[in-house]
Design a protein around this ligand. Structure first.
Ligand SMILES: [Zn+2]
Length: 319
């Protein structure tokens, strides 16, 4: 197994995707396993002690809002992609589709991890660990969340990179973002909103340079959202981050949209009140109606990202 063979395999992992639903289960399990390697931990992780809680936590925080979370699915499905090994898998009780039961994983103290050649390769090449993590993050999440996910997956601080938006250096996973971001996106979105945050009006400048104002995708670029103004919003850094993380949502009102703050958001200081005050406030309208957010992108964000209210679970969306 060499670098390219590994990256090829990673690029061929089958992710369940339909109707724009997010399927971050396998990527988050692989990221968790890469985090273990970055910490030089042993190859096989125990499902109950090492995987279930941290993977549930990652899925709750960075997966789509769902009532039921099934960390056992990616754990038992990843071996088919050649990236995971579960010693003794054949003798474990499974469903008709070949999924291992959570109770069996726990009862038999099942372990899992990268196959030996992949583990050895990654252990000797931390740059490859970083590259694989970056490829998965770019394929499944907006960059504003990348370091949060790395941290939650247990990567040591030297792996945090504060990436700029756009294609990461050295990315060679075949399926990773084929569509480079539209370079004009930021400029066009900021212009459409007259260089103010669409949620709070923030427009700080140092001389002529805008500070802390960004162009956000409503439907994530990684989920196929286009880099076009009707899928964009000019937002200050805080509103951009909270939109991507699902703390801030949008809802249609007559003639436009309003801002929603998730009921799960907390914070008590006077300074934070400013954030709460945006709840139910009208979203600033762009300077022309052709730039208005498209309802389908807002619906996607409400269903796949916004943390409130939780959506009905669907067992089929857990790749
Ligand atoms: Zn703002």
């Amino acid at each position: 197994m060499n670098r390219n063979e590994f990256l090829q395999k990673l690029g061929q992992v089958k992710f369940w995707r339909t109707r724009g639903q997010r399927a971050p289960h396998k990527p988050l399990l692989v990221l968790l396993a890469l985090g273990r390697i970055a910490r030089k931990e042993e190859r096989l992780a125990r499902y109950e002690q090492d995987i279930e809680r941290p993977l549930t936590d990652l899925l709750e925080r960075f997966g789509p809002p769902r009532k039921a979370i099934h960390p056992e699915y990616p754990f038992s499905r990843l071996p088919k992609d050649g990236l995971w090994e579960i010693p003794g898998k054949e003798s474990l009780p499974a469903t008709g589709q070949g999924d291992l039961h959570r109770s069996g994983l726990i009862k038999h103290s099942v372990t899992g991890g990268f196959p030996e050649p992949i583990y050895e390769l990654l252990l000797s090449d931390s740059e490859l660990v970083q590259q694989a993590a970056q490829a998965l993050l770019y394929e499944h999440f907006p960059y504003s969340l990348h370091d949060d996910i790395r941290t939650a997956a247990g990567f040591p601080t030297e792996f945090l990179v504060q990436e700029p938006p756009g294609l990461p250096y050295g990315l060679v996973v075949p399926r990773a973002p084929a569509r480079p971001r539209d370079r004009n996106f930021r400029h066009a979105v900021l212009r459409a909103y007259e260089c103010r945050c669409a949620a709070c009006g923030f427009d700080l400048r140092l001389e002529d340079e805008l500070l802390g104002l960004e162009a956000a995708h409503i439907k994530w670029h990684s989920a196929g959202g286009p880099s076009k103004v009707p899928n964009g919003l000019a937002l200050c850094s805080i509103h951009h981050k909270t939109l991507d993380r699902g703390a801030l949502g949008l809802a249609p009102v007559a003639g436009g949209f309003k801002v929603l703050i998730s009921a799960k958001v907390q914070g008590e200081s006077d300074a934070t009140r400013w954030f709460w005050d945006c709840h139910n406030a009208p979203l600033r309208r762009p300077r022309s109606s052709e730039f208005k957010p498209k309802a389908e992108f807002v619906k996607w964000h409400t269903r796949e990202v916004f943390r409130d209210p939780p959506q009905d679970s669907s067992s089929s969306d857990t790749n």
